[in-house]
Write a protein that binds this ligand. Structure first.
Ligand code: LMR
Length: 394
């Protein structure tokens, strides 16, 4: 039976990393998958994570299952991280511990498809390449709304708000909480207020993908959009990932938080989320989430982690400045200064499909189709080679 199968295409992001690994060019640079690298090109285990891991291992008494929804303490810590201390929405929220942010998104998709009928999910154009596939796999119809203006390299807020204003009531709108993937362009606080107003007025159901909290401007600053939406009192879903901000990529640590109209609605929803989780992965992996809980629950470790997170964020912002300066030093006429204003790991570089392909084939520089580069993959060792290669393809 399997012989009849056609080869499926490689994943547009993970597939590039696999191709990068097998390339023998000594100058090769991987700017594809969103994984942080430090100034020496390493993806370190954070010191706070290292300490938390030692404590978790020392205290561990069993490898027995967690409950379907995962640890209650972890859930409470996640809600406080995303909503802040004492937000009213926490009283009408539940959290399910999930295998990564992708797991949280798929859980949301399954829950919606299984319980809330035919409810299309609207995603930004462009968005993370995996978004449409996750929701389509869950059986949901996927639609797009405009987001980005390639001429100004910024959000097209008018088009975005106008489109949201046309989406039928009850449909799901996927919003990126911060560090929009792939553009790196986030709404301003004023635009978030407008988005929240439209969402509440039209009775849309926001699903906030919150994979980069702390990578933009800070933990609380990055939650502005999410908290502004919560302030309207509407119902929403939030998919958190701790791959990036805790560097826990391969531990698969995430959470789906559902905020209902009231606590009773949230409890009812939880009973269905548990069925969706049980029929998918049964119950979540424990180890990574235990470390996150340990860090968030210990004042000293938490301060250390916040410092390490700030260091990652600040390095990325410094690289943005160096990249813009180095491109201009190398004689590039095109104005790339917009890269400095973008936030998070990614920059939508403005390089077109052909340029991306030439960079990969001739220079062994791996960039996601569409021109998204992982800024964190640039170091002092490879920045000149990257810039001169960009000059050549331009
Ligand atoms: C990315 O966009 O590169 C990351 O979110 C990693 C992934 O799973 O694609």
């Amino acid at each position: 039976m399997f012989q009849q199968l056609e080869m499926a295409p490689a994943d547009p992001i993970m597939g590039l990393s696999a191709a990068f690994k097998s390339n023998e060019n000594p100058n090769k640079i991987n700017l594809s998958v969103g994984v942080y690298q430090d100034a020496s090109g390493q993806t370190p285990v954070l010191a706070s994570v290292q300490t938390a891991q030692e404590r978790v291992l020392a205290a561990e008494k069993t490898k027995s299952y967690l409950s379907i929804e995962g640890s209650a303490e972890y859930g409470a810590a996640v809600r406080e991280l995303i909503l802040g201390v004492g937000h009213e929405a926490a009283d009408r929220a539940i959290t399910v511990q999930s295998p990564g942010g992708t797991g949280a998104l798929r859980l949301a998709g399954d829950f919606l498809a299984q319980n809330l009928g035919d409810r299309p999910v609207w995603i930004s154009e462009p968005t993370w390449a995996n978004h449409p596939k996750i929701f389509a796999s869950a059986g949901l119809q996927v639609e797009t709304y405009p987001y980005f203006d390639g001429c100004t390299n910024s959000i097209d807020a008018d088009a975005l708000l106008a489109a949201l204003g046309q989406i039928p009531s009850g449909h799901v709108v996927l919003l990126h909480g911060c560090c929009h993937n792939p553009t790196g362009c986030d709404p301003t606080p004023a635009t978030w207020r407008q988005i929240a107003e439209v969402v509440a007025e039209r009775g849309l159901l926001p699903l906030v993908d919150f994979a980069y909290q702390g990578f933009g401007d800070g933990l609380d600053e990055d939650a502005t959009g999410l908290r502004t939406i919560c302030d309207t009192g509407c119902e929403l879903l939030v998919a958190s990932s701790f791959s990036k901000n805790f560097g826990l990529y391969n531990e698969r640590v995430g959470a789906l938080t559902l905020i209902g109209a009231d606590a009773d609605a949230a409890e009812r929803a939880l009973s269905h989320l548990k069925i969706a989780a049980r029929t998918s992965y049964s119950n979540p992996p424990a180890h990574g989430a235990a470390m996150v809980r340990e860090i968030l629950g210990d004042a000293v470790l938490r301060r250390q982690w916040e410092g390490e997170l700030a260091e990652m964020r600040e390095r990325i912002n410094r690289v943005r400045q160096r990249l813009v300066a180095r491109l201009s030093e190398q004689g590039v006429e095109r104005d790339f200064s917009f890269i400095e204003g973008q936030r998070g790991m990614f920059s939508f570089s403005g390089l077109n499909a052909e340029q991306v392909e030439v960079l990969r084939e001739q220079y062994a520089i791996y960039i996601v189709a569409g021109g998204r580069i992982n800024v964190a993959g640039l170091t002092e060792d490879n920045l000149d080679y990257f810039c001169s290669s960009v000059v050549a393809v331009l």
